[in-house]
Design a protein around this ligand. Structure first.
Ligand code: ADP
Ligand code: MG
Length: 587
């Protein structure tokens, strides 16, 4: 008998007394999630959680099954970023769990709230290492890779376990949480009423964290004295959903701003105060920088070195919910710890109405650099040639995104990522989803699926051909759920470029090249979606518009010049090159 059969029925107790309603671990997990407003699960079914997915669907939850756990995990993570509720990923034990773990670690690194719920083997056997089916001490393995990890052994503790997982994921700095549910737990039966009483509704899961008034004054004093102030918006600011307040802060202060990748669109990239097109100038010259939900990690050259001014010439105000982020790379002159909504409101209050605009010399220098850079770029974006280069193809996509600002852009690759980030303007908050803090490849189809499911808006996934390969099988998932996702594969026959040759002269191809002339569009056709092959930017623009109009799953294979890419895109400096010249071995 399947566990699910017990629970919908009731049974007489031993003494033949009146029937009492029963519940079990399966139903308690589902009830606990639903009680807390969680209505979607991303996962891959299998032992011991097959029935959990089935029952969740029966109970009205949306259960989206993937082909590989990493993609389900990435979907859950980005659902968390988009909704501020933890995204749920459900995996089978050991190998499925490990496949989901990359996404859990990536979510934690990016401050996305998610919960990886994994079935696991029996404690008694695992702990004595007696060789169970898919034996693994999953809790111990997950712990260092996430924000918190919990295991539930008794059905009566499921409510508390789920509540702790939710609160850990979304309070303070958001992140990934692991919840370990051994197979035996699911079939544990208990009295239904006692079960219902054991559930916990998490009240105020991400409480406001109000900044101290003295810290607000310190920040404003520093900002007021600045000659060349700059605001850097990070994805924490996008996550906070304090869009109006952030816009008011930027506009009332008159301070130029640079958005980090996933903060693009918080204010439209076409905003007059955007200094994105003068990024290298403003980082180097700014004397006071206000970091709003952005970390001084590698993506900002750690706040020092040749991208920045002389040591000591830049002073930082950092707004962040995580106190330990302060001074992580350089001294923070004015730490402002709290949630971004509360901090920005406090800054606005403190600024009052008579805030003086930054010195005009600073604004003029930025405007001049922006204009020079944008006009240099404009010509390249209008080139309608075959084979396409990255700029021509991205110019076409930039126009589509300007016409359809609701579209969500998913983006990964090397050149495809770095150039799209700069070229494609974003016009609305939380519309750009990409590789984030790790620069990890493989987020593409998981992010695209969740973006479509969570928002109902069309999704445009712009993918390098290599990046696409990590999650490409999920085109079947996109077709199965009939999602409005248009994937564009920038096909330049390889990693970085398609032109490398095997240095030994042997018959294997070079390590960075793929089958030349591949037709990724046919993968989508295999599952009933639309496939299109394009060779010019005009064709590309037309095909993307048609896909977004139809809402049908579409994959566009965009033939890019195999010689067009550069090694490692913009981050070639992180890719060590050997300087040793070995003598050729004797034949
Ligand atoms: P980016 O890569 O865009 O610079 P990061 O991921 O490096 O962004 O930084 C995001 C920062 O935002 C993290 O330090 C995180 O603690 C912070 N953060 C996330 N959510 C909030 C919030 N609601 N309020 C304040 N800070 C937040
Ligand atoms: Mg490529």
């Amino acid at each position: 008998m399947a566990a699910s059969d017990i629970t919908t029925s009731s049974r007489p107790d031993a003494a033949g007394a009146p029937e009492r309603e029963l519940t079990d671990g399966f139903h308690l997990v589902i009830d606990a999630l639903k009680l807390n407003g969680i209505d979607t699960i991303y996962g891959v079914p299998g032992i011991p959680i097959t029935d959990l997915g089935r029952l969740a669907q029966a109970e009205g939850m949306r259960v989206i099954s993937f082909r590989h756990e990493q993609n389900a995990g990435n979907a859950a993570a980005i659902a968390g970023f988009l909704t501020k509720k933890p995204g749920i990923c459900l995996t089978v034990s050991a190998p499925g769990f490990l496949n989901g773990l990359t996404a859990l670690a990536n979510a934690t690194t990016n401050c996305f709230p998610m919960i990886l719920i994994s079935g696991s083997s029996e404690r008694e056997i695992v702990d004595l290492q007696q060789g169970d089916y898919e034996e693994m001490d999953q809790l111990a393995i997950a712990k260092p890779l996430c924000k918190a990890a919990f295991r539930v052994l008794h059905a009566a503790d499921i409510g508390i376990g789920v509540a702790r997982a939710i609160r850990a994921a979304v309070s303070g700095r958001p992140g990934g949480v692991y919840l370990d549910l051994p197979a035996k737990l699911f079939a544990q039966v208990m009295d239904a009423e006692a079960g219902a009483r054991s559930l916990v509704e998490v009240i105020d899961p991400a409480p406001a964290q109000i900044p101290a008034p003295a810290a607000v004054r310190r920040a404003l004093d520093l900002l007021k004295g600045a000659k060349r102030p700059l605001i850097i918006l990070g994805k924490g600011a996008a996550y906070a959903q304090a869009d109006e307040a952030i816009r008011a802060l930027v506009e009332r202060s008159g301070i130029p701003y640079v958005p980090m990748s996933m903060a693009k669109g918080l204010l439209p990239d076409t905003h007059p105060q955007s200094a994105g097109a003068a990024r290298s100038l403003v980082l180097k010259e700014a004397d006071v920088v206000l970091l709003l939900g952005a970390r001084l990690n590698w993506l900002l050259s750690h706040g020092k070195g040749k991208s920045w001014g002389e040591p000591g010439s830049t002073r930082f105000i950092q707004v962040d919910i995580e106190p330990r982020e302060m001074d992580s790379n350089v001294e923070i002159a004015a730490p402002l710890v709290g949630d971004i909504g509360s901090c920005v409101e406090a800054l606005l209050d403190g600024m009052g109405s008579g805030w003086a605009a930054p010195p005009s010399a600073w604004l003029e220098a930025i405007a001049a650099r922006k204009e020079a850079n944008l006009s240099k770029m404009a010509g390249k974006l209008r080139k309608n040639a075959a084979p396409m280069d990255f700029h021509g193809a991205l110019g076409a996509l930039r126009d589509v995104m300007a016409e359809r600002p609701e579209t969500i852009l998913v983006n990964e690759g090397a050149n495809t990522l770095d150039l799209a980030r700069g070229i494609i303007d974003m016009h609305r908050p939380r519309k750009r989803l990409d590789v984030g803090t790790w620069g990890v490849m493989g987020i593409g189809m998981g992010f695209a699926v969740a973006a479509a499911i969570e928002t109902g808006h069309p999704v445009l996934a712009v993918e390098g051909d290599s990046a696409f390969g990590f999650s490409g099988m999920e085109v079947e998932t996109i077709c199965r759920y009939q999602l409005p996702v248009c994937v564009v594969v920038f096909n330049n026959n390889g990693i970085y470029r398609g032109t490398d040759v095997n240095p030994s002269g042997g018959s294997d191809v070079a390590t960075t090249v793929f089958v030349a002339g591949s037709r990724y569009d046919r993968m989508m056709e295999a599952f009933g979606g639309v496939g299109v092959n394009v060779t010019t930017p005009d064709e590309l623009g037309r095909a993307v518009r048609a896909a977004l109009d139809s809402g049908r799953p579409t994959l566009i294979n965009a033939e890019i010049d195999p010689a067009a890419g550069t090694e490692s895109g913009n981050i070639g400096s992180l890719n060590p090159q050997s300087s040793v010249q070995r003598k050729k071995p004797a034949a």
